[in-house]
Design a binder for this molecule. Sequence first.
Ligand code: ATP
Ligand code: MG
Length: 598
Amino acid sequence: MEKSSKSGSRLDRLAAYAGPYRWLTYAALVMSAVSAALSVVPYYYIWRILDEVLAVYPDLESASGIVHNGWMALAFTVLSIAFYIAALMCSHKAAFRISKNIKKRALDHVLGLPPGAFDMIGSGKVRRTIVDSAEATHTYAAHQLPDLAGSVVLPIAIIVMLFFFDWRLGIACIIPIASSMAVMYTMMGNKALSEFMGIYQTALGDMNREAVEYVRGVSVVKTFQQSVHTFQRFKDAIMRYGKFASEYARWCRGRMVAFVVLCNLAFAFLILAAMAINGGIEAADPGFLSDFLFYVIFSPLVAILMMRIMYSSEDGYKVDDGLDRIDELLAMEQLPEPSEPRMPEDMTVRFENVTFSYPGTAAPVVDSLCLTMRPGTVTALVGPSGSGKSTVASLASRFWDPQGGSISIGGVDLREIGSANIARLESYVFQSNSLIKGTLLDNVRLGRPDATPEQVADALREARCDDIVAKMPDGLDTVIGPGGVYLSGGETQRVAIARAILKGSPIVILDEATAFADPENEHLVQQAFERLAENRTVLIIAHRLTTVRDADCICVVDGGRIRETGTHAELMKEDGEYRRMWDDYQRSLSWRVAGVAQ
Ligand SMILES: Nc1ncnc2c1ncn2[C@@H]1O[C@H](COP(=O)(O)OP(=O)(O)OP(=O)(O)O)[C@@H](O)[C@H]1O
Ligand SMILES: [Mg+2]
């Protein structure tokens, strides 16, 4: 049955999460076992009533023990129920702790993961792992675990009862019960099943994730007039899930039928046995008849109890799988944090021979890169798409630790400064997705949670957001983003810049949005940025070369390396890659002008 070494370790794993409340889990197991043992006692008293009725029949008046035995049957039933309720109370208390602690441990760990890791795993998957695992363990620890204890004790109590009255009838009942248990063991104790359940859960997870991706991408698909078949991955995930689901059903079909039939066969066996013992029911004496009646009442109950045992063991695999997934999450490496974080004095950011590749990929995205950004200057990164510019920006904010070389502020390595201090020193305006769902006030105030609405309004003004504020129906309290007022790419970046201005950190990293629709917006972003850049250490990743023309230092990045460095004038003189980019850019501008003039 289910009490394999694995279920033992499952109990240990759950109890570990229950912490000091683990005794409640064990108390629930004991009380549920007691309840199971008590639950068969009333049948003994019912048998005594039957026995007496048959003995005195038809003179029922002379039966003296019926009332007493009736009360005893009721008392044991109530007692059994009371123990079960107490068991459930304990198991629920423990189960709440267990699911709470699983969530807490997992979230604590997740918070320490490199921020870059979320883009890679998908924050949806992290959420699903934590919520689903906690939920599965809760249901299991609250309900199924106590039932499991009952399901170990109950067969023993049943066997005792079956042999107590008439061993021959007992054997007649035991044969189908034992066979049904054997069938159940081949179903539940099967190693292949637990592996199968793992694959099944993965298929289910994949399908859910692809569904989210599908909904996200619907607008793109519609724009390009593509059919649903573009989402081959989503379709594949559904097909894979469907395949596993039907394989599982097919696998269970025969066994399930055998189990149910055997469970309910006890009754037929009883009649055959009674006829064999007495040479026909009519020939039986009253003593045998009362015993037989007991078995007639008791045997259907056995079938019901067996079903309960089966279902109590079914979800164990979900729990194992959930706990495994949590363990996987907990095994992901966190960013090491210094025991004594240091705060640098000087705000010079320096990359020295930095080499970095994303986890799971071999080729470095940043390759022996050296770069120095001084306070009060603007350093610009330009280069083709995919050359590694955003990666350099994320490394400067310690979204990842590099595999080689060192990144430092004021000569102190980022790993010694620690993530919390880095977050204090730096503002990062992302290439996209800079806003959270909430009001304009909330969004800007992320930069400094204790800022007053007046300070927020000032920051918005400095970031040239007057036109945005003007169109907000509820002013600063208007919800922006999905479900609220829509902001364009350029407007979004200006709000993000206002947030950085409010924060006032000495280091600013700006990953420019790829394209703005109108030159007016572009001009405003440029002005907002100039205001933000004053007297700070600034790294800007620029897509329009006019933005970087005035930068103190322009670095041309290609293939994760810096190919050219200098001011605009110096690089133009050098007649290299930058010069070529600039000429291309000018030509594209003149096309635009020509296009407008036509
Ligand atoms: N999370 C990630 N996991 C794996 N590879 C990544 C990840 N993010 C980026 N890359 C890869 O790293 C390379 C550099 O990407 P990056 O975003 O730094 O380019 P970029 O220069 O900012 O491009 P763009 O100008 O288009 O914004 C690309 O080849 C990209 O595919
Ligand atoms: Mg980029």
